[in-house]
Design a protein around this ligand. Structure first.
Ligand code: HEC
Length: 162
């Protein structure tokens, strides 16, 4: 009996936690929700860059580490599956939210999905070559396509600031 009571009280704590989170989101203004969406997508892209960085470093002369290269490319492939979801929230109504996303994103969701898929495919193709050969030169021949799939989307859908 005591166990059941403990379970019930644990459950009610868990449920009120869920309700709290839900009502916190419900209380957000549309602007706060847009700001949160922008924050979330920037975090995703920053974490993608965090993983690309070491591979780009190797391309530029840092010691070749096949294990890190493959691991980070696989991580990027998984994270890139979130890109379409992150770029689905139209945040263009609010001028004082800092973003480099262009408004054309909101009407081109199919192309966003295709460009995200290209990144997934190129990240996996790179990781496959690394896994199969372990060879720096052969892997780097595949790396250009991976890096290129970032620029390919940025050139179309991001303010040109780099
Ligand atoms: C399908 C489109 C797409 C792909 C693919 C893509 N990006 Fe982006 N990226 C964006 C958009 C849109 C923004 C602007 C986000 C904003 O400012 O709200 C962005 C922003 C960024 C930012 C800046 C985040 C910030 O804090 O402002 C970084 C860093 C970045 N991307 C890195 C990458 C890297 C590295 C890759 C490839 C491995 C990549 N992106 C692939 C669309 C893409």
């Amino acid at each position: 009996m005591k166990k059941v009571l403990v379970l019930i009280s644990a459950l009610s704590v868990a449920i009120s936690g869920v309700l709290f989170v839900a009502s916190a989101q419900g209380d957000m203004t549309p602007e706060q929700r847009a700001a949160a969406a922008v924050d979330q997508r920037k975090s995703l892209f920053k974490t993608i860059r965090y993983n690309l960085g070491p591979i780009a470093g190797m391309a530029q002369g840092a010691p070749w580490d096949a294990e890190v290269a493959e691991r980070n490319a696989r991580r990027i492939a998984v994270m890139a599956t979130m890109i379409p979801e992150m770029l689905a929230v139209d945040t263009s109504d609010f001028d004082n939210i800092e973003t480099t996303a262009l408004d054309s994103i909101w009407d081109n969701q199919d192309d966003i999905a295709a460009k995200a898929q290209a990144l997934i495919d190129n990240a996996n193709a790179f990781a496959d070559v690394v896994a199969e050969t372990g060879d720096f030169a052969q892997s780097m021949a595949r790396f250009r396509a991976l890096g290129g799939s970032c620029g390919n989307c940025h050139d179309t859908y991001r303010v040109d600031n780099d």
